[in-house]
Design a protein. Structure first.
Length: 325
């Protein structure tokens, strides 16, 4: 035989198994009143009675009234809790929708009509009636334009947008030149920076170059970001780059550039001390003595410092001479 846990009911005082009692919310314990006694209380209480909804009714069993003195306070509290939980919920009230308020125009028209009705009284004589009729028509004619003015808003005036005339490219260049000529530029020479060629086991003997009959040699280099690049160039160009100090030989079929673009520009400007070769003024641009369109290379031997004006005037000429004195 399996022993079952028993518990006495606080209402009927009969020992019953734990399964005959309802569980407490949030704990593993059981309530003090059994399910049978709870059903009896529900039957005795009228579900539609208003007094039952607002108050909690406690049912006493006459056969166990003499034993009420042995009931604990916790069991009485359990009885009240059970009765409150079994009570039906109150109906939810529905909110009434409020009517929209009348606008100002409707109020004014209603007030004007009431004033007209009050001002026009029932006349006894024909003269009084005619006078009242004339007064009412004058009031209507005076109130009508006012109501119409208030009801119909005045049309809003649109702002006209001003059209912006786009200047041509030539006009922009002309204005920029005028500004540059009007304001005297103060040349500020930047400080020198130590420019070093790329390290490597390079040789500069052009006799070592051999294209093996292909007619081109591989050229390598890297950018300021560290990304490497490579391309094929003619053998004659490779020989000139090594001779003019722009590249070094790694092996007979491969050469490497010694400077990045930024370092090469600073190298030429610092070498010429930021002085234009043609006019002798401050210069911050690089000019190819033999233009690139004529086969010139970007090498230290073929590039010189020049100002922006001289560089534009020279363009791709071979016999440029500065004569603006």
């Amino acid at each position: 035989m399996i022993a079952m846990d028993m518990k006495p009911c606080t209402a009927c005082k009969i020992e019953k198994p734990l399964t005959a009692f309802t569980k407490r919310a949030g704990s593993s314990g059981r309530r003090g009143i059994c399910r049978t006694c709870l059903r009896k209380r529900k039957r005795q209480a009228a579900p539609g009675d208003a007094a039952f909804e607002n108050t909690v009714e406690i049912v006493h069993f006459p056969e166990f009234d003499h034993e009420d003195e042995h009931v604990d306070e916790d069991d009485e509290a359990d009885q009240y809790v059970a009765a409150e939980e079994d009570a039906p919920a109150k109906p939810v009230r529905k909110r009434k929708r409020r009517r929209k308020k009348r606008n100002a125009v409707s109020k004014q028209t209603a007030a004007a009509q009431e004033g007209q009705a009050a001002s026009v009284s029932p006349a006894t004589n024909d003269a009084d009636r005619d006078r009242a009729h004339d007064d009412s028509t004058s009031v209507q004619t005076q109130a009508a334009p006012a109501a119409s003015d208030e009801a119909v808003p005045a049309p809003a005036t649109k702002r006209k947008r001003k059209r912006r005339h786009k200047r041509s490219k030539a006009a922009k260049i002309k204005s920029l030149k005028a500004e540059i000529s009007g304001v005297e530029q103060v040349a500020v020479r930047p400080p020198n920076r130590n420019i070093m060629p790329i390290k490597g086991a390079f040789t500069y003997k052009t006799s070592l170059l051999n294209d093996r009959g292909r007619g081109h040699i591989r050229l390598r280099g890297h950018r300021e970001t560290g990304k490497r690049w490579s391309t094929d160039i003619p053998t004659e160009m490779a020989v000139r780059m090594v001779e003019e100090g722009a590249a070094g030989i790694i092996n007979p079929g491969l050469i490497h550039k010694l400077y990045t673009k930024t370092d090469f520009r600073l190298l030429v400007l610092q070498r010429d001390d930021y002085i234009c070769k043609y006019c002798g003024r401050y210069g911050d641009t690089i000019d190819h003595v033999l233009p690139k369109s004529k086969g010139g290379l970007s090498s230290p031997a073929n590039c010189v410092c020049a100002c922006a004006t001289c560089n534009l005037k020279k363009a791709d000429k071979l016999d440029f001479v500065f004569d603006d004195f």
